[in-house]
Design a protein around this ligand. Structure first.
Ligand code: NAD
Ligand code: DAU
Length: 342
């Protein structure tokens, strides 16, 4: 019997990278293809433990390169696509929105055309809770799959646009799809420009941690491995055409998150530095995951167990993040945080 071929776009990034490792190890009977352009956010060193596995393959392509993408799909004839590749950082979308439209909107459309051409069995589009906009601080309100799309940043607007294209390819052409909308992820191999890995890496180096505004904005944190399990389930069992929210009810203010990391590492809260707020900073995100739970998903980490595991991982894997925060990353940090750059 022919082996099942799964294309994972963005498999050199944070969540896509964790998903590639999860799938390569869980399904030796599948061929897992990691497709990635290797932008600043992508690196292959994270895959050193699986790169020689027979069921792991890597291909360097830009998802917006129509000719190369169509040629690849026609050659390999993927059965399933899990689409993670994107420009993913809100702050970068505020300073340079154009690449977000190119990659997240046009790139997704190219992939949809290719998927339609070869007749994939399922296209899972990995999206985000940020497409719903923001909630106020009333703890009884949540994003459901029926919440209207009201993106506030160029990043979330580009993701919402791609969601609409995915939906349209299902309605118009009958392409089998699912859209997942997950809350904030954290865990191993998280690029250190995002809040949690930024805080851990800077605290470990006794450097100041920038907290935007008053630190009271709320995010709903999910360990990346729980997100991987959700995508695996949706890929195999999701009802075509459906949207699934992913989240584990782990709401924390940014200040709570930063203080938890500082206290776990036994450092001083004087390392916190309040800096100018993010433009259009969404107040609160919170997911109602009932629909996905009914499909059979349940998170395995609480925020407490997940953050402890993540801090240990960063302590044990300095080899990975120390190479990332040298070089180009230094330029980004100085530009983004002129106030505390040393
Ligand atoms: P990331 O920035 O860590 O990784 C993105 C990957 O995509 C990188 O490896 C990069 O090289 C690759 N890429 C970028 N442009 C490309 C292109 N043109 N062609 C091919 N590859 C390209 O992102 P992440 O945090 O792992 O997020 C993955 C997906 O999950 C994104 O679609 C994001 O919107 C979504 N998401 C992220 C979170 C989160 O908390 N990080 C939460 C919900 C949803
Ligand atoms: O909600 C899902 C989204 O989560 C994903 O779609 C995005 O791809 C992902 O990057 C993430 O977006 P956020 O903007 O929420 O994540 P970030 O880590 O950049 O910021 C988390 C919170 O911390 C946010 O309220 C801004 C704040 N923050 C962030 C940074 C980088 C700070 O206070 N200081 C910082 O230096």
């Amino acid at each position: 019997m022919a082996r099942i071929k799964i294309l994972v776009t963005g498999g050199a990034g944070f969540i896509g990278g964790n998903f590639v490792q999860y799938m390569v190890n869980k399904y030796p009977q599948y061929d897992i293809y990691n497709l990635d352009l290797l932008t600043y956010a992508g690196d292959l060193t994270k895959h050193r433990d699986i790169e020689n596995n027979d069921n792991y393959h890597f291909v360097k392509v830009d998802i917006a390169n129509r000719e190369q993408i169509i040629t690849l799909f026609e050659k390999v004839k993927f059965d399933y696509v899990a689409h993670f590749a994107a420009e993913s950082h809100v702050d970068r979308s505020i300073t340079d929105p154009e690449i977000f439209v190119r990659t997240n909107v046009l790139g997704t459309q190219v992939l949809l055309d290719a998927a339609r051409k070869v007749g994939v069995k399922k296209f899972v589009h990995v999206s985000t809770d940020e497409v719903y906009g923001e909630l106020d601080f009333d703890p009884t309100t949540f994003f459901t799959e029926e919440t209207p799309l009201q993106p506030n940043s160029p990043y979330s607007a580009s993701k919402a646009s791609s969601d609409l294209l995915v939906r349209a390819y299902h309605e118009t052409y009958g392409l089998p799809i699912n859209i997942t909308r997950c809350s904030n992820n954290y865990g191993p191999f998280h690029f250190p420009e995002k809040l949690i890995p930024l805080t851990i890496s800077r605290i470990l180096n006794d450097e100041k941690v920038p907290v935007y505004g008053d630190g009271k904005n709320i995010r709903d944190w999910l360990h990346v491995l729980d997100h991987c399990a959700a995508i695996d389930l949706v890929l195999h069992e999701g009802i075509s055409g459906e949207v699934y929210n992913v989240g584990g009810h782990n709401e924390r203010t940014n200040l709570e998150v930063v203080k938890t990391i500082i206290n776990t590492l036994g450092k001083s809260e004087d390392l916190i530095e309040f800096v100018t707020d993010r433009l259009g900073h969404d107040k609160r995100y919170a997911i109602d995951p009932t629909k996905l739970e009914k499909l059979g998903w349940k998170p395995t980490f609480t925020f407490e167990t997940g953050i402890a595991q993540t801090i240990s991982w960063y302590l044990d894997n300095k080899w990975w993040w120390e190479q990332i925060i040298s070089g180009e990353y230094q330029q980004y940090f100085k530009k983004q945080y002129s106030i505390i750059a040393d």
